[in-house]
Design a protein around this ligand. Structure first.
Ligand SMILES: *Cc1c(COP(=O)(O)O)cnc(C)c1O
Length: 380
């Protein structure tokens, strides 16, 4: 037997209480017993999103809600702007293209955050831009973009909305939708929400809902207005993944029990310890600008294929971390510390990392990473 550990930025481990709930027999989504479950989920999603708006729930991976944002908020011929600084920024751009939206990109070098001036000048140059698409946490590069400041810029424009893919940010860092005036916030079940993949969420501001009223792009399953109307009656428009909704009730209870503030602090502590540890091993962070607290992206040692690290750590120690994508493939590895993650997940990751680096011939002082992590987590 080999014990397995999931330390990748999605899917993430599922808490035992949620697993137990999801093992119960399937209930019918139109039966009376489903109503209080959905009611509680709706209330607690508002707590998580820090919004008074209805949080829409779809049975899909996170990308479904991203696509829904394009098809529900824009119309044929509309102009849009996508911040393209990684794999997921590319996705916003590609979805817009698929719907024939006139999308332009701000290309940001991987590892860097977009600069406010870049957003300001793109908006100034093209006053027709109706939507700005961005990631809060760009999971492929580990970058946290300055969404609060960008919301301040976009909010001043009556004809522009800000759409944020918060899939590895919501439930990791403070992202108060209503307070910051973010027009659309998207997340998925398999990241900070600690569930298996299969649910996507999105919440819209009043301004975004007014865009939804006018949108004429084709849509059917991902119909925001229809889903909202159903939810207000404690129903889903179509058959939801009932098991995941039952699991969601439980994880939202756990998030509420811990309290958002402590959830954010825990993620900050884990991220800090991981960053300290890899640097103490003489490794370099891939993320140049503000690193996301969801994951730590790290350059493999000079001359070493990062794929060897992720392969060996999985095969020998049963630990799944992530490699790099596209341009970063073979160059970096990514250790996640989001969702159902605690101090000893960091210790596990760093301990195993030291073991594989040693086996692959990298020279460092044994225990230096662990010592740095322990110091960050437990004090001197
Ligand atoms: C995981 C992730 C997604 C969604 O991917 P799915 O596979 O569709 O769930 C989108 N954006 C970011 C930033 C992510 O981390």
């Amino acid at each position: 037997m080999k014990k397995k550990y999931l330390l990748a930025p999605g899917p993430t481990p599922v808490p035992e209480r949620a697993l137990a709930d999801m093992a119960l027999p399937v209930i019918h989504h139109r039966a009376p017993e489903y109503v209080p479950i959905l009611q509680e989920v709706r209330d607690n999603l508002k707590y998580l999103f820090q919004t008074k708006q209805e949080v829409l729930i779809f049975t899909s991976s996170g990308t479904g809600a991203m696509e829904g944002c394009v098809s529900n908020l824009l119309s044929a011929g509309d102009h849009a702007l996508a911040v393209r600084g990684g794999k997921f920024g590319e996705r916003w751009f590609d979805i817009c293209k698929a719907y024939s939206v006139n999308v332009e990109a701000i290309d940001v070098e991987w590892g860097y955050a977009v600069k406010l001036e870049q957003v300001e000048s793109a908006l100034k140059k093209n006053p027709e831009i109706k939507a700005v698409f961005i990631q809060a946490s760009e999971t492929s590069t580990g970058v946290y973009h300055p969404v609060k400041e960008i919301a301040d810029i976009v909010r001043k424009r009556n004809n522009t909305i800000l759409v944020v893919d918060a899939i590895t940010a919501l439930g990791v860092v403070n992202l108060p939708q209503d307070e910051w005036g973010i027009d659309a916030v998207v997340t998925g079940s398999q990241k900070a929400l600690m569930l298996p993949p299969g649910l996507a969420f999105v919440s819209l501001s009043d301004k975004a809902w007014s865009f939804a009223e006018k949108s004429n792009l084709p849509k059917y399953y991902f119909n925001f207005k229809k889903e909202k109307k159903s939810l207000e009656k404690n129903q889903n428009a179509y058959t939801p993944n009932v098991q995941l909704i039952v699991g969601l009730r439980e994880v939202l209870r756990e998030i509420k029990e811990e309290g958002l503030e402590q959830v954010f602090k825990r993620h900050a502590d884990l991220a800090n310890a991981t960053r300290q540890a890899v640097q103490a091993l003489g490794l370099k962070l891939y993320t140049v600008d503000k690193p996301s607290n969801a994951l730590t992206a790290v350059w493999a040692p000079e001359g070493m294929d990062a794929g060897k690290i992720t392969k060996l750590i999985r095969e020998k120690y049963g630990i799944t971390i992530a490699g790099g994508q596209d341009a970063a493939k073979g160059k970096i590895f990514r250790i996640a510390h989001l969702g159902y993650s605690g101090y000893f997940d960091v210790i596990t990751a760093i301990s195993a990392l030291e073991a594989v680096l040693k086996e692959l011939g990298y020279k460092f002082e044994t225990g230096a990473g662990l010592k740095a992590a322990q110091k960050a987590l437990f004090g001197e």
